[in-house]
Design a protein around this ligand. Structure first.
Ligand SMILES: CC(=O)N[C@H]1[C@@H](OP(=O)(O)OP(=O)(O)OC[C@H]2O[C@@H](n3ccc(=O)[nH]c3=O)[C@H](O)[C@@H]2O)O[C@H](CO)[C@@H](O)[C@@H]1O
Ligand SMILES: C=C(OP(=O)(O)O)C(=O)O
Length: 439
């Protein structure tokens, strides 16, 4: 089993480059199913476990997919299969994003039910409500959701009860080839939605208003393959920003887009972190003494839930008490137990975590309960006394390319290692037992 080993105490310095956004590339790859003609070329595709899972999902649908050197090529001209089995959906909930495109292209999709995950039950009722409003029938049974439509999906007005990112994307993709106009009200406004809409439009779709709460999609008869570059990953960028700040470091996060990071920049600024906009990214300079802040996670442009755990790590180092309220997911505080193993003072009251610092963090063996929790534990390890060992790296690999290597390049004492190898190194380092010869 692999683990990441962090020895605290080093300041981060230098430049780190941000990858293409995981949460944009997954729906973009799903959207490429809509092209009945031509090949799509998608650039800046990060080498993540989730990208490989999505590649498998598409191959399984009889789609030709190639992924070489950050470029993803998709050709969906052959007759499509319509099923995404549990082995994929279990690994990655975003597999469910193929439902909208399949319904639009072939009028049928059978996808395994996503089920719950570490951060909450995560229902998909808003996706299904959208498809039903567009005329599809939806049946659930034997662990699958099957949606069908005779003929084409029909444009509809759909009000989302919550601005769900996935539901907005799934409905937007389905509506791109529906008959007539679809209006999504209370749509999610995340930058990733805009990235998907731009790709759809490059394929010939007519999507307007992405990035606002009302998206208007005029359905077209056909979409064709197109070229598209994925936006930089604002959550990866934010993760390095926090890592730089906690070590009182000075790091240029190359490719970070300030427009996508407003809530994080504001809150880190309130904590005393200096964030300077440079031509090619954001430079982050950590202060001697961090101040505490309160914040609530919210849909964009509110504070992103995907940065909550990393910011909790930063609050552990702040002088005073800060309160984090998680409103997007009902159970996204699994990392608190792991932080406690590192000697931290955190209280949970309902949906809020109360963090009092500064904490004298101690290295410990901890588990990445989800991908952001994993990143947050590594960040805490950067200032902990002694050695932090982070396990369950499969979660981290879903969303971060070479996180340990990138931190190491910035000067952190971080390495990724096989458990057996660590034992061997420890044995080598241990002093040889004293030999007493009998006379
Ligand atoms: C691949 C991807 O892009 N993942 C992101 C996406 O996930 P995802 O698209 O799954 O997140 P949603 O915005 O859909 O979910 C937000 C909340 O709405 C609820 N909900 C959602 C859909 C639905 O039909 N019914 C319902 O009740 C969820 O349980 C959750 O409590 O947005 C989340 C919120 O910013 C991020 O944390 C994830 O990193
Ligand atoms: C929760 C996340 O992703 P997913 O929706 O893919 O689980 C995340 O990226 O933090």
């Amino acid at each position: 089993m692999e683990k990441i080993i962090v020895r605290g105490g080093n300041q981060l310095r230098g430049t780190v480059k941000v990858e293409g956004a995981k949460n944009a590339v997954l729906p973009v790859i799903a959207a490429s199913i809509l092209a009945g003609r031509g090949t799509s070329h998608i650039y800046d595709v990060p080498q993540l476990a989730d990208v490989y899972t999505m590649k498998e999902v598409l191959s399984n649908l009889n789609i030709d997919v190639k992924y070489v050197d950050g470029k993803f090529t998709v050709n969906a001209e052959k007759p499509l299969k319509t099923e995404a089995p549990f082995e994929y959906v279990r690994k990655m909930r975003a597999s469910f994003l193929v439902m909208g495109p399949l319904l639009a292209r072939v009028g049928k999709a059978r996808i395994a039910l996503p089920g719950g995950c570490a951060i909450g039950s995560r229902p998909i009722d808003q996706h299904l409500k959208g498809f039903e409003a567009m005329g599809a029938t939806v049946e659930i049974g034997n662990g699958f959701i099957e949606a069908r439509i005779d003929g084409r999906l029909q444009g509809a007005k759909i009000y989302l009860d919550f601005p769900s990112v996935g539901a907005t994307e799934n409905i937007m993709m389905a509506a791109a080839m529906a008959e007539g106009t679809t209006i999504i009200e209370n749509a999610a406004e995340e930058p990733e939605i805009v990235c998907v809409a731009n790709y759809l439009n490059a394929m010939g779709a007519k999507v307007r208003g992405a990035g606002t709460g009302e998206i208007r999609i005029e359905g077209v008869d056909e979409l064709v393959g197109a070229e598209h570059t994925v936006i930089p990953d604002r959550i990866e960028a934010g993760t390095f920003m926090v890592a730089a700040a906690i070590t009182k470091g000075d790091v240029l996060v190359e490719g970070a887009v300030s427009e996508h990071l407003r809530p994080l920049i504001a809150k880190m600024g309130e904590m005393g972190v200096k964030i300077i906009e440079e031509e090619n990214g954001l430079r982050v300079v950590g202060p001697e003494k961090l101040k505490p802040v309160d914040f609530k996670t919210m849909p964009h442009p509110g504070f992103p839930t995907d940065m909550q755990a990393q910011m909790m790590a930063l609050l552990l180092a702040a002088h005073g008490t800060g309160v984090i309220t998680e409103t997007v997911f009902e159970n996204r505080f699994m990392h608190v137990e792991e932080f406690r193993r590192m000697n931290s003072n955190i209280k949970i009251e309902g949906r809020s975590a109360i963090i009092t610092g500064p904490n004298n963090l101690q290295g410990a063996e901890v588990s990445a309960t989800d991908l952001r929790a994993g990143a947050a534990l590594i960040i805490a390890g950067l200032i902990a006394d002694g050695v932090t060992r982070v396990m369950e790296l499969k979660h981290i690999d879903r969303g971060y390319v070479n996180l340990a290597g990138k931190l190491q390049a910035l000067g952190a004492d971080v390495e990724r290692i096989e458990e057996e190898l660590e034992e061997e190194i420890e044995n080598l380092e241990a002093p040889a037992p004293l030999q007493i010869k009998s006379i």
